[in-house]
Structures are given as C-alpha cells and as structure tokens.
Ligand binder design. Structure first.
Ligand code: SF4
Length: 466
C-alpha cells in the first residue's frame, strides 16, 4: 500500500489517563497497555493514511495542562480518549482544557463512564470494547475530509446505550510496540528468571463468564460476560512478534485466562508445537484449574499465575458473589496453591478487605487462608464500591472510593478506617517477616532483584510505608 507523506496524513491522537492522578496509593501498580487504543492505532496504521500518536499518562505522567500542550503541538484532527470510572475525571478535565484551546473533535471510549454526563463535552461516546467502531468512524470522517464535532455527533445516536464488543478478535491486527513501550509496560512482582524483565502483553480472549458483585470496568481489561476467544495459532503468532520486538515475558492480560480449559491448553499446545521458548504469566481462577492443565502450562513456559482469592470467610465470599460454594472455594485455594508449588509456578494471591459488614475476625480468617496457601506474593486491596459494580448500587454516591489501593474515605465494613489500615499492614508483615518466607523468596528471586532493582525498590518502599 502506498503511504502518504506525514503532513498529508490525518492526525489522530489517542489518550489514556492515569488512575494515580492526585491519589495516594498504598501499593505499586503494574501498567498494562491501553488495549482499546492500541488496537485503534493498529487498525488505523494499517491504512497508511493516518499519523497516530498515543499519549499514555499511566506510563508517562502528564498534567492536564501538559497534555493539552502536547495535543496542541500535534494538532490532531480527532482526539480519542479512553477512560473508566477511575479516570473519567481527568479525561473531563483534559477535554475542557482542550476545548478552550479550540479542539473539539473528541471520541470517548471505555467501560462504566456516565454517558449522560459525558454527552455535552464529548460529541461521540463509544462504550465497551470500542476499537472496531472507533476505527470505522475515523476512517469515514477521513474519507469525507470532515472531522468536525458535528459529524461525530451525527454518529452518537447509533452508539447510544450500546456496549460494543469485539466479536471476532482474530480479525484484528496485532498492536505494535516500540522498545520504549516494551520497557515501560510491566508487572510489579519479581519473576523466576534471572534476566531483565521486558514484558509483552497479549489479550487472548475477551469477556468473563462470572458475575462477582464487586467487579468493575476499572479492574477489567475486556467487557461483557460472553467470552470470545482468539485461536491458539493467532495468539502464538502475536507472542512470536512480541518476542521479536524484544519482550522476554509474555503476560496474558485476559480477565480470566482459565475460563475455558480448552482455550488455555490449546495455547500451551501451540507454544510447545512450535517449540517457542517463552515465559508467560496469566490471571486465572481457582475453580477452573486442573492438575493436568497446570502441568501443561508449566511445560509451555508458565511461571506465574495471579489468583483472585478475595476472602477466607464464607459469609464474605457469598456476599461478594465470588463463587457458588464458598466452602469448596477455600478448599480449592489450598489445593491449587499446592499444585502450583509442586509444578514450580509462582502464585500471586489477591485478597480484599473492608467488604460490606466484614468484621476483624473475618479478616483474620482471610489471613489464615493466605498463610495456608504459602503464596509467593500477595496483593491486599480495600473493597471499593465502584459506581459500575453490581454491589455498589445506592452506595457509590455516598461513599466515594478513589481506588481500591487508596485508603477509603469511609468504611462499609464493621472495622473503622484506622483499623483496616492496621489489619492490612499486619496482613503483609506477617507474611513478609516470616523467616521461611524470606529465605524462600530470596532463593527464588534474589538474582531477579539484582537485574531488576527497580522492582525491589518499589516493593520494599511499600513495606517500609507501613
Ligand atoms: S472479578 Fe474477575 S472473575 Fe469476577 S467477574 Fe470480574 S473479571 Fe470475572
């Protein structure tokens, strides 16, 4: 395809905002690519007639004023902004400033934003997994040589009230990543290998079939409860291309990588069939992992699984709608962590405290479950009533929570805020100050820390803050 020279190309600026802006977080955050925007970039760059600039404030923080200056110097024909309940406020702030500087062709995309509130400022809101629709609208504007807000607004009716989903993820081109992005997008924990970690992120499927009451677009990567998978061949092709771009760790960013065993094992078999030597990590669920699948995962390069355990209290698990059978859930926590230890796959166990009505002794049950699992890492966050979660109905407006890793303004549990902070600190310290944990941790990750001192600094900074 003949490519137009830069100055003749349509200029599209993509912006992702940081959930950290103006908030004090109690935990370091990994940074994943903004998948919707990366796919918009790939879809447009494939055309050859667009110059696309991605400003990712999660990776390269900018104030709204700095971002407006960047936008003004790029002079985009259209600005596409990705936001969720955590980042809608900075998105609005930026759009207002940009509008004052004469920019007004905005498309807003993402899950869970208040579309009624957004309608006046953003001519077009595309909810959900908007990449295909956004690229279609932008290409249509380019053909008409008209990126006016009026033209964008004329498409608003057809998008109103819809949640767009990517129905055929195999048909999308692979996002491309610069060396800087491969260095920048990363996880937060050490890994069982001795090199300098460079991450490549892959979305192997979309959707999650579960219905946890606290779940929100702010903690998910895809939308919808209907799952849509890429074929193993397509997934492994992208892994190969990421390795070619410099990645040495592949992180599956799927909301629930294990939701269909055939899909997960199909990818493992394809990796083995191609003799691809690669290490990978993923997020999985306790009730979806079999011993055989874990063995295959290990053989194909899996070195870490992240598991949302949430609680060790049956009443709380039930209240969160985490699983059908809380007693079985707790049994599985012990069983699966044992399998992971036997296979040599690291376990990152994620817990939540401060759930509605939760008492101190119930948090104690969670700590005991955690101790029995002997995880490699833990993440303990606060219950956050995000406005788009099923459990938050009627609560969010009166109990603003800026982030699940920020100290809540008001407790919905039976423990007050100072008590929750103390229990959370104790949760971490009782694991991390255990001499057996320290010895095991240093023997597994000591060399990794030497090659990746930034990881050690961020994690020890968190522990020292208690
Ligand atoms: S918390 Fe995880 S498993 Fe539960 S609905 Fe959300 S994405 Fe799915």
């Amino acid at each position: 395809m003949e490519r137009k020279p830069f100055k003749e190309r349509n200029r599209i600026m993509l912006v992702r905002f940081s959930p950290r802006q103006g908030i004090k977080l109690t935990h370091p955050l990994g940074v994943m690519p903004p998948f919707t925007l990366k796919y918009v970039q790939a879809l447009l760059e494939k055309e050859g007639s667009f110059r696309v600039e991605l400003a990712d404030c999660s990776l390269y923080p900018l104030t709204p004023e700095g971002l407006v200056r960047k936008a003004a110097s790029f002079a985009p024909d259209c600005l596409v902004m990705q936001a969720d309940v955590l980042t809608y406020r900075p998105a609005r702030e930026f759009a207002e400033l940009a509008r004052a500087r004469g920019m007004e062709s905005f498309i807003l995309t993402g899950p869970g934003v208040d579309l009624f509130d957004a309608a006046e400022l953003f001519p077009l809101c595309i909810s959900g997994e908007g990449e295909v629709k956004i690229a279609e609208v932008i290409k249509e504007c380019a053909r008409a040589r008209d990126f006016s807000s009026k033209r964008l607004r004329s498409r608003a009716q057809e998008c109103a009230g819809k949640e767009f989903l990517v129905e055929d993820p195999d048909s999308l081109p692979f996002p491309s990543y610069s060396r800087r992005e491969i260095e920048g997008y990363s996880g937060i924990f050490p890994l069982r290998f001795n090199g300098r970690a460079k991450y490549g992120f892959v979305l192997s499927g979309r959707g999650c079939p579960h219905d946890c009451g606290f779940c929100s677009g702010a903690i998910r990567v895809s939308c919808g409860s209907r799952v849509r998978f890429r074929s193993p061949g397509n997934v492994v092709d992208e892994m190969v291309s990421l390795v070619g771009a410099g990645a040495n760790i592949i992180s599956f960013a799927d909301d629930d990588f294990s939701c269909l065993e055939k899909h997960a094992t199909g990818i493992c078999e394809e990796i083995l069939r191609r003799k691809l030597s690669v290490r990978w990590t993923a997020q999985a669920r306790l009730d979806e992992l079999s011993r055989e699948a874990l063995r295959l995962m290990k053989r194909s390069g899996c070195i870490l699984l992240r598991l949302g355990v949430e609680s060790g209290c049956e009443r709380v698990l039930k209240g969160l709608s985490k699983c059908a059978d809380p007693v079985e859930w707790k049994r599985l926590a012990g069983q699966v962590s044992g399998w992971l230890a036997n296979e040599g796959i690291a376990c990152d166990a994620m817990f939540m405290i401060g759930s509605p009505g939760e008492t101190g002794p119930e948090i104690g049950e969670t700590m005991r479950l955690c101790s029995s699992m002997k995880p490699d890492f833990i993440q303990v966050h606060y219950y956050a009533p995000y406005a788009d979660s099923r459990m938050s109905a009627g609560v969010a407006a009166s109990c603003c929570t800026p982030h699940h890793y920020a100290v809540p303004e008001r407790s919905l549990s039976a423990v007050d805020i100072p008590g929750l902070r103390r229990l959370r600190a104790f949760f971490y310290l009782r694991l991390c100050l255990d001499p057996f944990f320290i010895l095991r941790h240093l023997s597994r990750y000591g060399f990794f820390y030497l090659r990746n001192p930034r990881v050690l600094l961020r994690l020890s900074g968190m522990l020292l803050s208690f």
